[in-house]
Design a protein around this ligand. Structure first.
Ligand code: SAM
Length: 291
């Protein structure tokens, strides 16, 4: 058997040897080209001094690339027990550098398993990808446990993460991501890059955590305001935000937002201003002057 550059078998042989037929329910679209997984790992930046969190290593193509790029340590959370023997072979080839955790990434306290600085790098399962991203973006305190995230999504989700105000894709995800991160699409991958090919194009998004949010706001209040605003994105804000209370038109005015505006035209700065006004009024305090 011809071995790959890292001394391990090619991924197609790993998949055949361990019977890893892809399961749709687990979002399994594998990357078998180690050049592509290497490209993703390189986009994550310098890994040598970092612990890396990977969700969904599957047969381990990206895991191998992260280790080959010099990651200090990789912690990989995988739900499919069928993948564990293949991942154990990788761990044996990189002694002390790979820890595999069997489980649901939504239920594992990953931060507790890693030592800072931490980068998150993953070809995420599409069924839980957005939920994981929102969790990583919305810890109560900032900076978060990670310094950067390099994540594969469906292209349509990637576009929602980086969308500017006024665009069709602009919404809750754009605001939560861009409020506290610098986010950009690194590159796209066509369906044929995956086995089996998904029905849509994918894209790798890279997010760097900013040292502090672009504008002050309570994350819980901002999330709630933005969810309401975009819950009915075609409606004027005075209607979609009515559940916030009877004073909502005055609060919109104080935030510099016309009550007749629609959510997609309001930038992050004004949503943060509105969230501060809402939080101040809900806690019975006056809104801080000039904010
Ligand atoms: N990283 C591999 C690659 O690039 O070829 C596999 C990526 S595949 C898109 C997603 C992986 O996530 C699968 O291995 C799947 O079993 C795993 N997975 C699905 N749901 C998961 C969950 N809730 N927690 C952890 N892993 C999960």
């Amino acid at each position: 058997m011809t071995l790959a550059a890292d001394g391990l078998p090619p991924l197609r042989e790993v998949i055949a040897a361990h019977g890893l037929s892809a399961r749709k329910g687990l979002g399994q679209n594998f990357l078998l080209d180690l050049n592509l997984t290497g490209k993703i790992a390189r986009r994550a930046g310098d890994l040598a001094a970092c612990d890396v969190l990977e969700v969904g290593p599957g047969p381990g193509g990206l895991t191998r690339a992260l280790l080959a790029q010099g990651a200090r340590r990789v912690v990989a959370i995988e739900r499919d027990a069928r993948c564990l023997p293949a991942l154990a072979e990788i761990a044996a080839a990189w002694p002390g550098r790979l820890e595999v955790v069997e489980g649901d990434a939504l239920a594992v306290d990953a931060a507790a398993l890693l030592r800072p600085p931490i980068r998150i790098v993953a070809n995420l399962p599409y069924n839980v990808g957005t939920e994981l991203l929102v969790r990583w973006l919305t810890p109560p305190a900032w900076p978060p446990f990670w310094t950067s995230m390099t994540l594969m999504f469906q292209k349509e989700v990637a576009e929602r993460i980086v969308a500017p105000p006024g665009s069709k894709a602009y919404g809750r995800l754009a605001i939560l991501a861009q409020w506290r991160c610098a986010a950009r699409i690194a590159f796209e991958l066509p369906p044929r890059a995956f086995t089996p090919p998904p029905s849509v194009t994918s894209a790798v998004v890279h997010l760097d955590a900013l040292p502090e949010p672009r504008f002050p706001a309570d994350p819980g209040t901002l999330s709630r305001v933005v969810a309401l605003a975009f819950g009915q994105r075609r409606k004027m804000l005075r209607a979609s935000l009515r559940p916030l209370g009877p004073d909502v038109e005055a609060w919109l005015g104080a935030a510099g937002i016309a009550p007749t505006d629609r959510a997609e035209t309001v930038d992050i700065e004004r949503f943060c201003r509105l969230a501060r006004i809402v939080a101040a009024n809900e806690s019975g305090r006056a809104s801080p002057p000039g904010r």
